[in-house]
Design a protein around this ligand. Structure first.
Ligand code: HDD
Length: 750
């Protein structure tokens, strides 16, 4: 066991807490924390007290910014205190008038503790409440000055610190990770010129075209208000009622019903800025831009049956996966790509680039890789960082600007506004995770929870008493793109916004057969849960406008005949672009690496232990995560050595693993063949299209699970390796592990 765990990877950024040192802490010793003042650079006070405030403030230092080291707290080796720093003698008993008497009102220690506890919760986010986050950096490949003066893109190799939060949309803070839902992909860049938040999703289009409809959309998808059900699910009447009456949602519905909505991991999903943004160079010239994040590990998704089972087996599946990958040093990585196009080009498109229900096909405007995003450090504290981080689309920096996309325009207001009630006031920018690294100097004052202590009597501009400071930055500061606007004030939409189906058709036609089948199945599942037949039919009548095969497939699944197409809102003939292979998940297979992929190795007494140890090391060496699974915890022996059972079939079912190995060993297989969990494990791995390696007698477990028979009927299965020796199968198995799933063995129902 020690031998195996010594080989486990760990995160060198946090060796003391999670690395080798953490595995063998020195008994009875506490770790002396670094002196926070020494870390931050102490203000040298003339009277020697850093707290009395009689010294000079550090010139030009941002009181709120700087490294998070400034506010980290480590209580190793310290005594308990109250919030006022008073040492606490007894943390077990409240202060009473006699041992059996009433508690004294004066027990300020009890009251402080209970009061603080009573107020521990803050409101969850109105959407995207469930999320997980990590620190890292963005590294720029080449200077992009030709297009933008934005600080992160200024030099080759420049690194900008980031904090990234991934989320589901509909579920509450404690809901399951594997719900069928859009995923948020929000990146906060702490740039030299202030914070830039790119608040995107893992899907490049959106449900609605105008922010005016956002509260309706969210009210429809959230649990129904009378009985607060269902949790973290769009499969209910109010959601489908709303979207069936909102034809502009159709394109997004296809993405939402695709496997994009059940990612295997946050590490294996794309991200998109969704809107068209503007980039501006230092000449003041502007281009349009769309942002794309592409995972180096490739885009991989779950299958629905697996997602459902994961909801029970591990509701924190994505949170745990992200955390463990970073702790193990398998840092998740994405490449940032830009689609850059001119305003003139945009005018020639058949669709409107201000319409967030449309994407720009890569065949029309290529995605240029410009840098990489690496997440290499987990937060120290979930609440302080992941919960309190406040992403706002209004947070942009010189070199980046908005467009008139009416969805984006509404978002510019909504995010700042929501933080004020979520985080308790207008000073949320001073919470350490939100504070920019760039300096903050202005005349905004006071408000709840103010942290900074602005000096002097000047809090206005212009002033002479403060020497005119802080002063306007002029050309160095943020300037909006001077877009000419001369129009009537109206409520309405541009004409091309009325095209609700051509890109939905583009998406459908760009999917592989297996992906199309998954989309049909997802519509069938969701609409089967809908109770009102008219809503089901209305959704299918939207789909008739997309593709008859799709609509027929869904109608068949629901047991009714194809309804007529939903009426179109425009007579225009909007052309459908040629299929775009880039829209298929399978177009991004990844780098073939097995980093952070989880492999279950089934063991029981009598297993070929030498084989197992060799395979274990081979998987570890490539960054994979092998686990020895048995019927009960303890140890198993076989030919040569004793192995620890790391987890049980009961506690860690098949859905928690990307692949399965059934090693050789007559006695072990005889035992496993009697265990229901083992057979179910094998069946789930098979029906979820995961690679399986069965060695020698291990093949008999496949037969017992009914899989051998399926193959005997003449089917070939490239992801099922049945070999006589471990050595023979190891290389091919590891190669399979790094590949996307092969859906050819899939059957429906599973
Ligand atoms: Fe939003 C949160 C992404 C449209 C209003 N949104 C939120 C988060 C993400 C997105 C990733 C979570 C951020 C985090 O991790 O803290 N939202 C999107 C995308 C959209 C979009 C990609 C369309 C392109 N959102 C949208 C509209 C509105 C909002 C049109 C309102 C007019 N979104 C919010 C919000 C949230 C939010 C209410 C809830 C919590 C928060 O902001 O901080 O303001």
């Amino acid at each position: 066991s020690a031998e195996l765990s010594a080989a486990m990877p760990s995160n060198p950024n946090k060796p003391g807490e999670y690395g080798d040192a953490a595995r063998c802490p020195v008994t009875g010793a506490s770790v002396k924390p670094a002196d926070p003042l020494a870390v931050a650079g102490t203000v040298t006070e003339r009277n020697g007290s850093p707290k009395t405030g009689s010294g000079q403030p550090p010139q030009g230092e941002n009181h709120a910014g700087g490294s998070l080291d400034r506010v980290r707290v480590d209580s190793g080796g310290r005594a308990l205190t109250t919030n006022q720093g008073v040492p606490i003698a007894d943390n077990q008993n409240s202060l009473k008038a006699g041992l059996r008497g009433p508690t004294a009102l004066e027990d300020f220690i009890l009251r402080e503790k209970i009061t603080h506890f009573d107020h521990e919760r803050i409101p969850e986010r109105v959407v995207h409440a469930r999320g997980s986050a990590a620190h890292g950096y963005f590294e720029n490949y080449q200077p992009l000055g030709r297009f933008t003066k934005a600080a992160p893109f200024a030099e080759a190799g420049k690194r900008t610190p980031v904090f990234v939060r991934f989320s589901t949309v509909a579920g509450e803070r404690g809901s399951i990770d594997t719900a069928r839902d859009v995923r948020g992909f929000a990146v906060k860049f702490y740039t030299d010129e202030g914070n830039w938040d790119l608040v995107g999703n893992n899907i490049p289009v959106f449900f609605i075209q105008d922010a005016m409809k956002f509260p309706d959309l969210v009210h429809a998808v959230k649990p129904e208000p009378h009985f607060a059900m269902p949790q973290a699910s769009s499969a209910h009447d109010t959601y489908w009622d709303f979207v069936s009456l909102t034809p502009e949602s159709t394109h997004m519905l296809l993405w939402q019903m695709s496997d994009r909505a059940i990612p295997r991991s946050y590490r294996t999903m794309q991200g998109f800025g969704v809107h068209t943004f503007r980039l501006i160079n230092d000449q003041g010239e502007a281009v349009f831009c769309k942002f794309h994040w592409t995972p180096v590990a490739g885009t991989h998704s779950l299958v629905w049956d697996e997602a459902v089972k994961l909801g029970g087996a591990d509701p924190d599946f994505h949170r745990r996966d992200l955390w463990e990958a970073i702790e193990a040093g398998a840092y998740p990585e994405w490449e940032l790509g830009l689609q850059i196009f001119s305003e003139a080009q945009a005018e020639s498109f058949d669709f409107d680039v201000l319409d967030a229900t449309k994407l720009v096909p890569e065949e029309m405007v290529p995605v240029i890789p410009v840098g990489r995003l690496v997440l290499d450090r987990n937060p120290d504290n979930f609440f302080a960082e992941t919960e309190q981080v406040a992403f706002c689309t209004a947070h942009i920096i010189p070199g980046i600007d908005f467009t008139n996309d009416p969805l984006l325009q509404g978002r510019i207001h909504s995010y700042v506004d929501t933080q004020i009630s979520r985080l308790g006031g207008a000073n949320f920018h001073e919470i350490p995770i939100n504070a920019p690294l760039a300096q903050v100097h202005n005349n905004q004052r006071d408000g709840m929870h103010r942290q900074g202590i602005p000096r002097g009597r000047v809090a206005y501009e212009p002033n002479s008493l403060g020497g005119g400071c802080p002063f306007q930055a002029g050309m160095r500061g943020f300037t909006s793109f001077p877009e000419p606007v001369a129009e009537d004030k109206v409520r309405g939409k541009p004409e091309k916004f009325a095209d609700h189906y051509s890109q939905a058709r583009l998406f459908w036609r760009s999917q592989t057969a297996a992906e199309q089948q998954h989309i049909v199945n997802a519509f069938r599942f969701e609409l089967t849960r809908v109770q009102v037949p008219a809503i089901r039919e209305r959704v299918v009548s939207l789909l008739v406008n997309v593709d008859e095969v799709l609509a027929q497939g869904v109608a068949d699944g629901l047991g009714f005949t194809l309804p007529p197409a939903a009426p179109l809102v425009s007579d225009c003939d909007f052309p459908v672009p040629a299929p775009s292979p880039a829209l298929s998940l399978l177009s991004q297979p990844g780098d073939g690496s097995i980093r952070a992929r989880r492999v279950a190795i089934l063991v029981a007494e009598g297993v070929e232990t030498e084989d197992v140890a060799a395979l274990y090391q081979a998987i570890l060496a490539d960054g994979g995560v092998p686990r020895l699974l048995g019927v009960r915890l303890g140890q198993v022996t076989g030919n040569g050595r004793t192995l620890p059972v790391e987890a049980t079939l009961e506690a860690m079912p098949a859905v928690l693993f990307d692949a399965l190995v059934i090693p050789d060993g007559e006695a072990a297989i005889a035992t496993l063949a009697q265990v229901g969990n083992a057979l179910e494990f094998v069946r789930d791995q098979y029906r979820h299209c995961k690679p399986i390696l069965a060695v020698g007698a291990g093949g008999r477990l496949l037969d017992k699970a009914g899989i051998g028979a399926a193959l005997a009927e003449g089917a070939t299965d490239p992801a099922l390796l049945r070999v006589s020796t471990m050595k023979e199968g190891t290389k091919a198995f590891i190669a399979l592990l790094g590949k996307p799933r092969d859906y050819s063995r899939e059957v429906d129902p599973p």
